[in-house]
Structures are given as C-alpha cells and as structure tokens.
Design a protein around this ligand. Sequence first.
Ligand code: 5GP
Length: 122
Amino acid sequence: GESAMAYDDNNIFARILRGEIPCRKVYEDEHTLAFHDINPQAPVHVLVIPKGPYTDWNDFAARGSDTEIAALVRAVDVVAKQLGVVEDGFRVLSNIGVNGHQEVPHLHIHLFAGRRLGRMVP
Ligand code: 5GP
C-alpha cells in the first residue's frame, strides 16, 4: 500500500547515514548501520537501521527488498553477538508512528541489553 508520509531526507538518521552528524558506530554492512543511542535507556542501547530511505516498519515491509529486510534481521543478530549479549539476553523494539511514539522518521530497531529489563509495558 501507500506509505502514510513521504520520507524526510533531513531526519537525523538520514544525516548520520550521510556522515553529516557523527555517531558511535557498532556495525555496518552494505544495507545496514548500527550505532549507540545518544540517550541510552540501558547499559547497552544500540540502534540498528536500514541504509535505505524507509520511514517505519510498514514502509520497509512495503518497499524494502527481500535482501534489505534479511540484512536488517541478520544485522540485529550480528550486533547482539558482537556486543556479547546473546547469552544473557536482550530486547529489540521498534516504535512506529504517533501511537508508537516514534520520534525519528527513519526505521530503527532499538537493541537494549546489559541489565534485567523487567516486564515489557506499553
Ligand atoms: P524513537 O523514539 O524514534 O523510537 O527513538 C529515537 C531514538 O533516537 C531515541 O532513543 C534517541 O535517543 C535517539 N537519537 C535521537 N537523536 C540522536 C542522534 O543524533 N544520535 C544518536 N546516536 N541517537 C539519537
């Protein structure tokens, strides 16, 4: 279907992808970038994003290639292994749209780890 809104080329993650704003990089491949969140909510808080211009999960599912989608899923796993959090466990989360309290309009997967995160609450 149609995406709810056009992709905003000037969102903060687009600027990070263009190298206009620095980030603390964790992982990068052809299709994906991962970097530390600037305002971490856990001892480990990393954002994993596709390099392509996708606003959110729905847009990515509609317009992303199977290669890009597979790359993002695998990148989350690679990052978790690289950070050494697989054995103790971790959480992945994506905020989508207004009700999901999405603040940056470029799809991002949060990866939280490093402490007992407690029950997931809305
Ligand atoms: P959202 O609420 O959209 O799911 O999450 C956006 C996340 O991006 C927040 O956790 C926020 O701390 C993070 N963030 C916002 N601006 C920057 C930035 O310039 N650099 C980095 N590394 N993270 C950012």
